[in-house]
Design a protein around this ligand. Structure first.
Ligand code: ARG
Length: 566
């Protein structure tokens, strides 16, 4: 559809109101109530420049404007309200959705622009726990949003497979390891070792030293340390693959901390050359006091590298490898300081461009009702268990809803996993939230199942009518407010995706999908679709079809599949 906001802004500019195009454009609003038109232009700002009563100005502007495709222009107090030609909007929107189908809402605005999205980044030899759901799902959707808009995206899983904790794992295995037990239940056994060692190590200097030494051995390429590390890694990745499989999330690469450490020596060399490394008790730090940040330790006193050292090397590597617009890290807000330091170190190195492209996308915490989550203490809730439990619960709810669903197993998986994802994505990412099964599986709430159900309902109407394919048509009969309101929601789908991209905020898309589902249900409940009037019936069916397409596309961006029956 034509961009009427643009057209209206241009026409207003021609009126020489003393405001530029951009100012006018930014002032134009979407009225809060649908009976107040499609766009509104407030005249308060003009009152100052024109020294006139704003209501009078609105009246004059409204009566002197005429715009093709805008049916009515009237003032309401100090606002000029624009009512589009509904017939035309209806034709444009439904025909476009039906014609473009899977491509509706897509854009090529990102053509030739490279983005890297790093997300999930779980740690080897540790559980993939419920806390990881956030980065995993939010990151996947941010990647999808970019792709939908035509950007070239690299999805990277920065696996945590390096660092002192691997020293802990190796030292613990050498002391108490049981190969058979680990092969049987890898993650739990490795976790037990880790928890046991960190407990022992707490007030045992010797154990602490041993763990540090083992990591040093690993960095130095000592054979036994390397062998154990590789084994832990293989075991873990196999487990993780299962969870990513359940979530249907794919990566372009799993380049983790160890992979990038090959570029650490060069990065450290450069830091040294630029006189940025300062010795402090045998360790080397970068002083960040000029930015009011604590110093950052890049080389530990035993010579081994740190988490931040690998990130410096990684950021430089990504920059030269991918030619990035942005290097996006989907990581919890606990690591805010880490990324602030990273940016400043890159800046001090003279890589302002690399520093600029680093973008930390933060999110709040997830907690499970009545449970504290901490890997160190071993209070872990595995994400896989949460997903399986959700699928089971979904299965039994769907079974009870006396519906004859073919392949209920498969449907319960899609709806269950979708419910988890939808709950994750529905609120703005920075908010903390409590994981609650009753809420996320409430079929009547603002939930994934509600959207799934709406989609299935639309598809079932089409099946019942025996008409599922539509060509371009001339709409003449859709004239209720419910229909128009739904059509407008379909029309604004792409705007929501673009806004979500600009704010790196998946909830904007989730909320648009919810709005469409709610408006469809309003239409469905207030309007008979299968009426005797064949033309009217066909038009309502086409609107139903268009709705199903947009819901499907929206869920697709959210990483959620659809089910045909529910
Ligand atoms: N593996 C880390 C963790 O679990 C997150 C990695 C974040 N990404 C990064 N480039 N530092 O805390």
């Amino acid at each position: 559809m034509k961009d009427f906001k643009e057209i209206i802004a241009k026409k207003l500019e021609e009126k020489e109101l003393g405001l530029g195009y951009k100012e006018i454009y930014d002032l134009i609003e979407i009225p809060p109530q649908e009976n107040m038109g499609d766009f509104a232009f407030p005249c308060f700002t003009l009152a100052k420049t024109m020294r006139k009563n704003p209501k009078l100005i609105a009246e004059e502007v409204a009566s002197s404007l005429e715009i093709d495709g805008v049916e009515k222009i009237v003032n309401e107090n100090a606002y000029v309200n624009f009512y589009l030609d509904r017939q035309k909007v209806t034709n444009d929107v439904i025909n476009e959705v039906i014609e473009k189908e899977d491509d509706y809402g897509k854009s090529d605005m990102g053509k030739g622009i490279n983005e890297l999205v790093e997300f999930s980044s779980v740690n080897i030899a540790k559980p993939f726990h419920i806390g990881h759901i956030r980065s995993t799902v939010i990151g996947d959707v941010i990647r999808n949003i970019y792709e939908y808009l035509g950007y070239n995206v690299t999805a990277s899983n920065y696996i945590g497979d390096y660092g002192t904790q691997f020293g802990v794992m190796i030292a613990a295995y050498k002391l108490w390891g049981d190969k058979e037990a680990i092969d049987k239940d890898p993650i739990n056994e490795l976790l037990n070792l880790y928890v046991r060692y960190t407990k022992e190590e707490e007030d045992n200097e010797e154990y602490q030293e041993k763990a540090r030494q083992e990591f040093k051995n690993l960095e130095d390429g000592e054979e036994e340390a390397m062998r154990l590390w590789q084994w832990f890694k293989d075991l873990s990745l196999r487990e993780f693959d299962r969870v990513y499989g359940m979530l249907d999330i794919k990566y372009d690469n799993y380049h983790g901390e160890s992979y990038h450490s090959q570029w650490m020596p060069a990065a450290l060399e450069e830091l040294k050359e630029k006189n940025l490394l300062v010795e402090s008790d045998g360790a080397y730090i970068v002083d960040l006091s000029e930015f009011n940040l604590p110093p950052s330790m890049l080389i530990k006193s035993n010579g081994s590298s740190a988490y931040i050292t690998r990130d410096v090397a990684t950021a430089l590597y990504r920059h030269r490898t991918y030619g990035l617009d942005k290097n996006i890290y989907i990581v919890g807000s606990q690591q805010k300081l880490h990324f602030q330091q990273l940016k400043k170190i890159l800046y001090l190195m003279g890589h302002e461009d690399v520093s600029e492209e680093v973008l930390h996308v933060q999110f709040g915490m997830v907690s499970l009702k009545d449970q504290v989550l901490s890997t160190r203490k071993g209070h872990v809730v595995f994400l896989e268990d949460v997903l399986n439990k959700t699928i089971e619960k979904t299965y039994s709810i769907m079974k009870d809803r006396d519906n004859q669903i073919e392949n209920l197993d498969e449907a319960a998986k899609i709806v269950g996993i979708g419910a988890v994802k939808f709950q994750e994505l529905y609120n703005s990412r920075i908010k903390d939230y409590v994981f609650d099964w009753d809420e996320l599986l409430n079929f009547e709430g603002e939930t994934g199942p509600y959207v799934h159900y709406t989609y299935a309902r639309a598809k079932s109407v089409l099946r019942k009518a025996g008409k599922e394919e539509f060509g371009q048509m001339n709409f003449e009969k859709l004239n209720t407010d419910e229909e128009y309101s739904l059509i407008k929601a379909l029309e604004s789908f792409q705007d929501a995706i673009i806004l979500a991209k600009n704010r790196l905020e998946p909830s904007v898309v989730a909320r648009k999908v919810m709005e469409i589902a709610q408006k469809f249900n309003k239409f469905y409940n207030s309007t008979q679709i299968l009426v005797d009037d064949e033309k009217l019936k066909e038009e309502r069916l086409a609107l139903t079809k268009a709705t199903s397409i947009v819901i499907k596309n929206g869920l697709g961006i959210l990483g959620i599949k659809t089910v045909e029956q529910m």
